[in-house]
Ligand binder design. Structure first.
Ligand code: GDP
Ligand code: MN
Length: 394
């Protein structure tokens, strides 16, 4: 689960991490709702809150100046004016795609004079099963371009013992910081690791972590991804979920415990099992088309799930044909076949369907499909089935 920058900062400040004073607004502001006396500044920084990075370098659909979703202002009138121009506007960044994201929450923060910008992130390195720090003195810009142009500028550190964080002195040299800064950085990293663990995060990214003119580190941006599988331990974190930021079809699927990811192709897929779903997408690509989605119906695939799956696939206008690929294990293919036939009737599903059954009661399932009247065929062979569904996508 992703959360907003202002929510991440609030969480991190509880771990004694250096965050600037700020306040989030959920609607347009006026002199009285702003109450400027409560803010350190000028300058102030206006930060559009969307679940996507690259806001600073982004642009607004309804243009009002040549700046993006992070703007520095020097007086109260500008602060109110720009904030209100950002509200309900669409912010387009490298990470949002062309359609952009509507700005519904805005963080106003005290400004900060930046001397140096660093990149810092914590993730779990699955190869070593350890927490890993990535740090660079080339912060502020997107880290992908640093990784591409100056990979030697990104340093990694693994932690085997979270109770005793010792950073190698080499890191001080690599980052070109003095001893006091190195000690401060060690404290920040120790606290971030503590936050990572107690929030059950799956990643924390601070870009930039800055040194200000008083020689203090400040977390100027913060992105936290929480591990969905541990949210049951954190009722207070579940509340931070912003449904308006999530794809509505993906949301609909997750409410039914199905895994759906929208993609941009034209072949809808409905599969049981994540591995088979991945293989199905690969096969579609191999035959020259793109999958419209990833959809894992889960182990308990039945009629109700088939109906939900069809509904979701049907609401994507890009879909031209659908491949249903089922491996009958605990579930029986004949049961699924009946479910598919009924779902097609119930929803009046018109798109061409190719069904492939393997495993338990595959033959019985095939017969049911072949006897049904809809725009639906059953093909045993994975390769042939994919070929057919690609042909039908016109
Ligand atoms: P992102 O573009 O979505 O990653 O948003 P950030 O919060 O990282 O802001 C983008 C950039 O704006 C940062 O890298 C900083 O260079 C700059 N910025 C953000 N806050 C301040 C501030 O208080 N003062 C100054 N001078 N620059 C800031
Ligand atoms: Mn950033």
């Amino acid at each position: 689960m992703n959360i907003h920058e202002y929510q991440a900062k609030k969480l991190l400040s509880q771990f004694d991490l250096p965050i600037l004073q700020g306040k989030v607004f959920l609607e347009k502001i006026s002199k009285s709702t702003l109450n400027i006396k409560k803010f350190n500044g000028p300058p102030w920084v206006i930060k559009a809150q969307i679940h996507a990075g690259g806001r600073g370098a982004g642009y607004f659909k309804t243009t009002f100046n040549d700046k993006g979703g992070v703007q520095i202002v020097e007086n109260e009138d500008q602060l109110i004016k720009i904030t209100n121009l950002m509200f309900d506007n669409i912010l387009i960044t490298k990470q949002t795609g062309e359609e952009g994201k509507k700005v519904k929450r805005i963080l106003i923060e005290e400004g900060c004079k930046i001397k140096r910008e660093f990149y810092l992130s914590l993730i779990i390195d699955r190869n070593t099963s350890q927490l890993m720090l990535m740090i660079s003195d080339q912060g502020g810009v997107d880290i992908e371009s640093v990784a591409e142009k100056n990979p030697e500028k990104i340093h990694t550190v693994h932690f085997s013992n979270l109770n005793n964080i010792v950073l190698d002195k080499n890191l001080q040299t690599k980052l070109d910081i003095d001893l006091k800064q190195f000690q401060d950085l060690t404290i920040i990293i120790t606290r971030l690791l503590k936050a990572f663990k107690s929030l059950d995060a799956s990643s924390i990214e601070i870009n930039p972590l800055v040194l200000n003119h008083e020689n203090n580190f400040i977390l100027l941006d913060a992105k936290i991804t929480l591990d969905d599988n541990s949210l049951f331990r954190h009722p207070e974190l579940i509340e931070l979920r912003d449904f308006s930021e999530e794809n509505s079809l993906e949301l609909q699927a997750s409410e039914k415990d199905m895994n759906y990811v929208k993609l941009n192709g034209s072949i809808g897929c409905m599969v049981n099992g994540a591995g088979l779903a991945m293989a199905t997408m690969d096969m579609i690509k191999l035959h020259g088309k793109e999958p419209a989605n990833f959809l894992d119906l889960g182990g308990t695939a039945n009629k109700e799930r088939a109906i939900e799956g069809f509904k979701i696939i049907q609401s994507d206008p890009n879909v031209k044909s659908v491949l249903i690929n089922i491996f009958g294990g605990i579930i029986h293919c004949d049961m699924i076949a009946n479910g598919i036939v009924e779902a097609v009737k119930e929803l009046n599903f018109k798109l061409p369907l190719v069904v492939r059954f393997q495993g338990t009661k595959a033959d019985e399932g095939k017969n049911i499909i072949n006897q049904s009247s809809g725009n639906i065929v059953s093909i045993d062979d994975f390769n042939e089935a994919t070929k057919k569904v690609v042909e039908l996508a016109i």
